[in-house]
Design a protein around this ligand. Structure first.
Ligand code: MRU
Length: 348
């Protein structure tokens, strides 16, 4: 994709404002770590790996601010906690912040300039994420039959990552290998990441995409019009349960009913071996206005009660395979996931 999700220039992080897409491509400038937190909370930047990388840059901004106060480490640690709490479900956020904080602690004790170190680490994380997605795409592309008709949900593309994408990375890799596949993108209520972002992203590269409402997926499968479901993930528990955008679970149940494979694509930074099962994954609940309004216009009666979980959990038994940047993992996930997601990388 030609337009980057984020870039760093002259001490400022620029985030592509995904709330404005597809109408406008504008960047929001983050000059302090609280700007990054605001952008994550309001989903100007969204998608598990992308918020991890944005938070890493946010920590670099926080270190620059902390250097001005008498107790820089206390300030940096507090900022790290704030960044980690910006959104609770995607583990990539906490993973990225923890990884940088560990490096800062080790290298900072050696007298290294922490703000410069964290900026360098954020850049490394960004490059690593795109490289991981390209590897993941290469591992996953052969799962898609020639001419496959693929249902995807939300946006697990370049926009949701540092580049290339996870579920859309597999689709890109298959297309690059000459597979004339086609995509069905669900709208993904309430914020329409499928309609607004996935369709936009795929159309930029002439990958054939058809938009369906979320509630059309079952009928599409019943008509024999789809071959598989392929989605991203925000957190994968040690037993293979998958948290992803609300509506993913319903697609997995439908896929099972119709005998279709249900694939999840995610880098190992999304695998959380410290969380035993989906029951322990914190599920973010967001503002009622996201449901009562569409594009700022009220569509539900004033005062109606709303439940708006942003994610759901798909049990491992419904997941055919998980495509990671270290290979394709199949059940029993309790045994196979630790082999690829092993102990976290230790800081130097
Ligand atoms: O609420 P969002 O838009 O951040 O949710 C994003 C998703 O659920 C994606 O599918 C997931 O983060 C995978 S991104 C590669």
């Amino acid at each position: 994709m030609a337009i980057p999700t984020m870039y760093w220039e002259n001490g400022t992080l620029y985030l592509l404002d995904q709330t404005l897409l597809p109408g406008r491509s504008e960047y929001v400038a983050c000059r302090g770590y609280r700007d990054v937190i605001r952008a994550i909370r309001t989903m100007k930047v969204r998608g598990a790996p992308a918020i991890g990388v944005a938070a890493a840059y946010g920590l670099a901004l926080a270190a620059r601010e902390a250097a001005q106060v008498p107790d820089p480490w206390d300030r940096l640690r507090a900022a790290a906690e704030e960044l980690k709490n910006a959104r609770p479900t995607a583990v990539n956020l906490a993973w990225a912040v923890d990884r940088l904080m560990e490096k800062a602690a080790v290298r900072g004790a050696q007298g290294v300039d922490v703000a410069a170190l964290l900026l360098e680490e954020a850049r490394t994380l960004q490059a690593e994420d795109e490289a991981a997605n390209r590897r993941l795409g290469a591992y996953g592309r052969d799962l898609l039959p020639h001419g496959a008709r693929v249902i995807t949900h939300c946006n697990a593309g370049a926009l949701a990552t540092a580049g290339y994408g996870t579920a859309l990375g597999v689709i890109r890799a298959a297309r690059e290998a000459g597979n004339p596949l086609r995509v069905y993108a669900t709208e993904t209520r309430p914020l329409l990441q499928g309609a607004r972002l996935t369709c936009w992203e795929l159309m930029q590269e002439d990958i054939p995409v058809t938009l369906i409402t979320d509630s059309t997926a079952g009928f599409l499968m019943a008509r024999g019009m789809a071959d598989l479901v392929l989605v991203g993930a925000d957190r994968i528990a040690a037993n293979g349960d998958v948290a992803n955008k609300i509506g993913t679970y319903a697609l997995a149940v439908l896929a099972r009913e119709h005998g279709l494979p249900f694939y999840v694509a995610a880098p190992v930074s999304t695998v959380d071996l410290a969380t035993p099962s989906g029951a322990e994954i914190p599920i973010e609940e967001r503002a009622p206005e996201e449901v009562t309004h569409v594009a700022g216009t009220r569509t539900a009666p004033e005062g109606v009660g709303v439940w708006n979980p942003a994610f759901d959990v798909t049990p491992a038994r419904l997941v055919t395979a998980i495509v990671t940047d270290r290979g394709v993992v199949r059940p029993p996930y309790g045994e196979t996931l630790p082999r690829v997601a092993g102990p976290r990388e230790a800081p130097p």
